[in-house]
Design a binder for this molecule. Structure first.
Ligand code: ADP
Length: 405
């Protein structure tokens, strides 16, 4: 039984959740899980903080079971679990904070209206991220809610790093580079001082390599540049996203192949990247296990593009002290780290094969001019910390049940 901060990451058909003990300074994980298959075949799965299964359920005839029902079910589950947890605040991952939000924001009806207006900037994510916020605002108006943005961390970038070379009238409408994965980068920046002072204070590129992949250049833990731009389809090739394209390709697809906007969207978000190039899978594990030449080519293209973008970010930083790998591929795929580091030898990177095989944390050799690290990310903990700070102030544990230690 605990006072918990609930962290929600809502997509179109799923809600991932984690609950943290708000009464303890270090916010230990109480439970985590997922509700997926919303509107079709809803299913629920939850584990405690140590990884033991604590619940699962399935519902038939799922059309009537959407975000509202999922949030309702989750609130009930928390209330009933282990003698009853008390929900003291909810933190939400929201992909876009637009031009206004340079940090997390306490949710009010006015904030929700502003975030809803940003829908055109992230049509595939923003509406779904906002659904649980709206539901809780209606049903539990007194429950503190905090929106945490993937864009906010990149607000420190200079204007010339954010602007496209477009007429000012278009830039002024908010058409600029926002950058994403900001909660992951912020978490990495927060733990770097404990690992490597030079990396924390100097020029570091963090490679968030997951289904979505991007690189972020940081100086002293602040974002200077990122490979993702106006949307999360820019930059590196990803699981199913194309990454950067010559804009002329889009015009060609529309003019010569007769594709409309939705067809192009489907192509560049869902049918490209590792999946499109390999024709096999978007999953790096499958590609690494395959001896099909198309799988090898997809990996080659992926690591080549990371190498090129790394060079570009090193130029933006005017030097490089450290490289950090994180997220599903970055944390687990030693062969990908190996290839990326070999392509970065010209920058002074030298990988230690044994350390890399063990997963680090440090995987560069003693002689390497640049330190290379593997650091597991924790975007949800970052959200929980922001939520505590915004909802209750400071870093202090939340005390709502009297004198509980
Ligand atoms: P998301 O962006 O959805 O959060 P993740 O960070 O979980 O994605 O990363 C998913 C990717 O990580 C997939 O391509 C998956 O294959 C890859 N991955 C996870 N574990 C391993 C592993 N042991 N070896 C190689 N790739 C892995």
């Amino acid at each position: 039984m605990a006072d918990v901060i609930l962290v929600l990451n809502a997509g179109s058909s799923s809600i991932k959740f984690r609950a943290y003990d708000a009464g303890r300074q270090e916010l230990p994980l109480v439970l985590r899980g997922v509700l997926d298959g919303l509107y079709t075949s809803p299913a629920f799965h939850a584990w405690d903080g140590k990884g033991a299964e604590i619940g699962n359920a399935r519902w038939e005839g799922g059309e009537g079971f959407g975000h509202a029902e999922a949030v309702e079910f989750l609130a009930r589950f928390l209330r009933d679990e282990e003698g009853g947890h008390t929900l003291v605040a909810v933190g939400h991952r929201v992909v876009h904070g637009g031009m206004r939000y340079a940090g997390p924001a306490r949710v009010t009806p006015a904030v929700v209206a502003e975030l809803t207006a940003l829908r055109p900037l992230a049509p595939l994510h923003q509406p779904h991220n906002l659904k649980p916020i709206q539901i809780l605002l209606e049903r539990r108006p007194d429950l503190p809610q905090v929106a945490c943005f993937d864009t906010a961390f990149h607000f420190t970038q200079a204007q010339h790093a954010r602007a496209f070379a477009l007429p000012a009238a278009i830039t002024d409408r908010g058409v600029c580079r926002y950058g994403f994965h900001g909660l992951s980068y912020e978490y990495i920046a927060s733990v770097l001082p404990r690992l490597d002072r030079r990396a924390a204070q100097g020029a570091t590129v963090v490679a968030h390599l997951g289904n979505g992949s991007s690189l972020c250049a940081m100086t002293a833990g602040r974002s200077v540049a990122s490979t993702m731009g106006f949307t999360a389809v820019d930059g590196l090739p990803m699981g199913t996203r194309s990454g950067s394209l010559d804009p002329g390709v889009i015009l060609y697809l529309m003019d010569e192949l007769g594709m409309d906007t939705r067809a192009v969207e489907d192509l560049i978000y869902r049918k490209s990247g590792l999946l499109g190039v390999s024709g096999i899978s978007s999953d790096m594990r499958e590609l690494l296990a395959s001896d099909d030449p198309r799988a090898r080519f997809a990996i080659q293209l992926y690591t080549y593009r990371i190498g090129r973008e790394l060079g570009s970010l090193a130029a933006a930083l005017e030097g490089l002290d450290a490289l950090v790998f994180t997220a599903g591929i970055g944390e687990n795929a030693a062969p990908i780290r190996q290839q990326v580091c070999e392509r970065a030898a010209w920058l002074g990177v030298e990988i230690d094969g044994g350390r890399n095989a063990h997963g680090g944390p440090r995987i560069s050799s003693e002689a390497s001019g640049i330190s290379v690290w593997v650091v597991p990310t924790d975007e949800e903990l970052m959200i929980a910390k922001h939520t505590r700070a915004i909802a209750f102030g400071g870093d202090a544990p939340v005390r709502t049940q009297g004198d509980r230690p």
